[in-house]
Structures are given as structure tokens and as C-alpha cells.
Design a protein around this ligand. Structure first.
Ligand code: C2E
Ligand code: MG
Ligand code: MG
Length: 262
């Protein structure tokens, strides 16, 4: 793993995040993969915790951040001015947030690239910010001041304090897939609607994670959720495939959504 970055075995894939209103790709989440010479493609679940343990997460995180920022700058430079600027979000793990390098690294990355303010977003899980809420609050404020955006990842899975949620300067809440999926009885969890309302009351946008089917997407739209990410709109893909997706006309809207919005 220590040599994987220099050997270019770490790949960054991009998964589309779609605006539900018109199904246009609004941004991407960067997701790391390790193309291991013997073991094949490894998921981040298999190597991120190891990178944290051996103190490699800062380097690995910087690599993903830098790669994503450059890619986003290219996409933004090639987009027409009428469009809202595309965003890209990068996952940050606890060791990165606890160390002050993150601020330095972020400042460096933002200095090297020309990006629309707030369009490079850091995704931070609620369990991570709740590990040390006072410290996290300070770090989050500095991240915002530098011009990056902030997403609260996997919302609803950890232990969260509503008092802190109010104080943290997140722009976006990402609702965990477990709240998006239908239950065994075929219904959505009852609190999905409340989570969306809570986020809106706090002035935050909502991204639903794990939208796997078209009916997920249609229902999320009707619940007032702005964005969705999931297999319904595309799996994590290479930068080339993501560029092709951006250059294409938006995918035709399925009948259900058309009827609903017309
Ligand atoms: P995450 O940030 O919550 O990312 C979403 C995960 O859900 C991704 O798994 C994605 O491939 C998966 N996913 C997307 N759409 C669907 C869907 O419709 N259904 C289902 N069942 N799953 C879906 P992935 O890529 O394996 O990443 C797992 C976790 O690893 C991420 O969870 C994130 O916490 C972490 N991770 C990934 N890349 C990085 C990185 O560069 N740095 C750090 N620190 N963590 C990373
Ligand atoms: Mg994430
Ligand atoms: Mg997530």
C-alpha cells in the first residue's frame, strides 16, 4: 500500500450525483480503488482502515483530493457558462480531520486549481465529527473559509447531536442508504421525510445515497430531496466515462417522473 500511490495503482472513480428535478448530473463523488497487481481491484472498505492504521491516510487522502480537484477544474473549464458549476466531493477520514495538515493540503490544492467557490466538497461522516465536536467545529469553519464545501456523509447511521448539527457549517446532508431503501414491507422508513425536512430547516441541501431504482428516484423527488446518487444513475466510473456522461444529453426522463412534474 505504501508503494501503491507511486506505482499508480490507486485509482479515483467518480459516481454521478443527479439533480432529481431534471435528472442532470450536478456533481460526482470521488471513490478510491486499489488495482492490486495480484489481488485485482480492491474496495476502499478493504484498504482505507489499513491506510489509517499505518499512517498513510494523509498521503492517500491528499492524492485523491488533488486528483479530484484537477479533474473538476477540467470539467468546469469545459462546461458552458449557463450551467451551474459542477461539484465534486471527496471523502475525508478521521485521522485527516484530526491533523492540521488537512487545512494546509486543502489550501495547496485550491491554490493550484481554479474552481468555483464551494464546488470542491469534503465529505465527513457524523461519527467522525462527533468524535470531537469542538475540534471538528473549528476545522469545519476553517475548511469553509478556504472556499471548500462540506457534506455530512452517511447521515443517520451514527450518534449525532442535534445541537451540534445546528452549529456545524455543512452545506449538504447525505442521507445514508439504509433510510433510502424500502423496508421488507415495501415502504420507505417513516423518518426519511423528517430527515429531509430537518436538513431543509437547517438550510442544507439533501443528497440521498443508494438510489438503486427509478421508483427510488421518483419517490425521493416527491419527498423534496434535491439530489440522488446510486446505481439508478450510474456506478462509480473512470474520469473518461464520467466526461462522456457529462457531454451527453441528459438521459430521457422516465415516464413516471414526467407525468409527476407536468
Ligand atoms: P461512502 O462515502 O458512503 O460512499 C458510498 C458508497 O456506496 C460507495 O462504496 C459506493 O460505491 C456505494 N454505492 C453507490 N451507489 C450505491 C447503490 O445504489 N447501492 C449500494 N448498495 N451501494 C452504492 P465504495 O466505493 O465501496 O466506498 C465505501 C466507503 O469507503 C465510502 O463510503 C467511503 O466512506 C470510503 N471511501 C471511499 N473512497 C475514499 C477515500 O478516498 N478516502 C476515504 N477516507 N474514504 C474513502
Ligand atoms: Mg462519501
Ligand atoms: Mg455515504
Amino acid at each position: 500500500l505504501r508503494r501503491a500511490i507511486e506505482r499508480e495503482e490507486i485509482k479515483v472513480l467518480y459516481q454521478p450525483i443527479v439533480r432529481l428535478e431534471d435528472r442532470v448530473v450536478a456533481g460526482f463523488e470521488a471513490l478510491a480503488r486499489w488495482d492490486h497487481p495480484k489481488l485485482g481491484r480492491l474496495s476502499p472498505v478493504e484498504f482505507i482502515s489499513i491506510a489509517e492504521e499505518i499512517g498513510l491516510i494523509v498521503d492517500l487522502g491528499l492524492f485523491v483530493l488533488d486528483r479530484t480537484a484537477r479533474q473538476l477544474a477540467t470539467w468546469q473549464a469545459n462546461a458552458s457558462r449557463a450551467q451551474e458549476p459542477l461539484f465534486a466531493s471527496v471523502n475525508v477520514s478521521s485521522r485527516q480531520l484530526l491533523r492540521h495538515d488537512l487545512i494546509q493540503d486543502l489550501r495547496g490544492v485550491l491554490g493550484r486549481t481554479t474552481l468555483a467557490r464551494g464546488s470542491l466538497r469534503l465529505e465527513i461522516t457524523e461519527s467522525l465529527v462527533m468524535e470531537n465536536p469542538e475540534h471538528a467545529a473549528q476545522m469545519l469553519t476553517r475548511i469553509k473559509e478556504l472556499g471548500a464545501g462540506l457534506s455530512l456523509d452517511d447521515f443517520g447511521t451514527g450518534y449525532s447531536s442535534l445541537a451540534y448539527l445546528q452549529r456545524f457549517p455543512f452545506d449538504t446532508i447525505k442521507i445514508d442508504q439504509s433510510f433510502v431503501r424500502t423496508t421488507a414491507r415495501g415502504t420507505r422508513p417513516v423518518i426519511l421525510r423528517s430527515i429531509i425536512a430537518l436538513a431543509h430547516d437547517l438550510g442544507m441541501d439533501v443528497v440521498a445515497e443508494g438510489a438503486e431504482t427509478d421508483s427510488d428516484a421518483v419517490e425521493l423527488y416527491h419527498l423534496g430531496c434535491e439530489y440522488a446518487q446510486g446505481y439508478a444513475f450510474g456506478e462509480p466510473m473512470s474520469a473518461e466515462a464520467a466526461t462522456d456522461l457529462l457531454n451527453d444529453k441528459p438521459a430521457p426522463r422516465p415516464r413516471a417522473l414526467k407525468i409527476a412534474s407536468e
